[in-house]
Design a protein around this ligand. Structure first.
Ligand code: ADP
Ligand code: RBF
Ligand code: MG
Length: 198
């Protein structure tokens, strides 16, 4: 069960991603359990978990990172967007298979839809459906373990906070270059290139 108490507003070192990050995962967006949007109001793009076999020691849990979608379907350039994701078994739902589920957030330059936490009022980012589209993901940091919850509302509220933690974490100097491409090292430029190659 989720421990009580306040949560850290940012996670991961200020100096930038540290081993094992960044982690690269890719795949087509597949059908999930069908309850992200319907039950929780939080759409999550599911990709096959097979890519995780390159990282056998990776803990299940909640992570933040950056994503790009194959633009060929949208006839525009691939944009890199902030994301929060869950890797694991969703203990609240007791899944028996591991899933990788990514919630894509608006650019950091837009106001955060999840900034204010009035119960039942939170609106998460909703894009037009993109099932079947190729998605590239760079995981940059770990947020927390997966928990079971006393209620659906408690799960949704924790995911709302995850979005804010991810945004605040990505806003830092050593991370924001992954999104903007500005003032970042050649290594980060390479990773951005990987992200937007389809
Ligand atoms: P499923 O159980 O099939 O994954 P969800 O209810 O989780 O269904 O909805 C996921 C789908 O919603 C994604 O595959 C994608 O097509 C769409 N979607 C819309 N907005 C977003 C978003 N912000 N982040 C992720 N997926 C989104
Ligand atoms: N499910 C859980 O059972 N426990 C969690 O701690 C949990 N954390 C999540 C954090 C994020 C950022 C996201 C996007 C999902 C999380 N989920 C968690 C998964 C959630 O239950 C799942 O997305 C829906 O059930 C739809 O499949
Ligand atoms: Mg989903």
């Amino acid at each position: 069960m989720r421990p009580g108490g306040p949560r850290d507003p940012v996670t991961g070192p200020d100096s930038g991603p540290e081993h094992p990050f960044p982690i690269k995962l890719s795949g087509p967006v597949i059908k999930g359990f069908g309850r992200g949007s319907k039950e929780l109001g939080i759409p999550t793009a599911n990709i096959p978990p097979e890519g995780l076999s390159d990282y056998p020691d990776l803990e299940v849990g909640v992570y933040y990172g950056v994503v790009a979608l194959d633009p060929s379907r949208f006839t525009s350039e691939a944009t890199i967007l902030p994301a929060v994701l869950s890797i694991g078994y969703n203990p609240f739902y007791k899944n028996t298979t591991r899933s990788v589920e990514i919630h894509i957030m608006p650019p950091l330059s837009s106001p955060s839809p999840t900034a204010d936490g009035e119960a039942g009022q939170v609106k998460f980012n909703k894009l037009p459906d993109f099932y079947g589209t190729q998605l590239n993901l760079l995981i940059l940091g770990y947020i927390r373990p997966e928990y079971d919850y006393v209620s659906l509302e408690a799960l949704v509220e924790d995911i709302r906070i995850d979005c804010e933690v991810a945004r605040q974490s990505l806003q830092r100097k050593a991370y924001v270059g992954y999104l903007t491409g500005q003032g970042c090292s050649e290594v980060v430029q390479e990773q951005r290139k990987w992200l937007t190659s389809f």
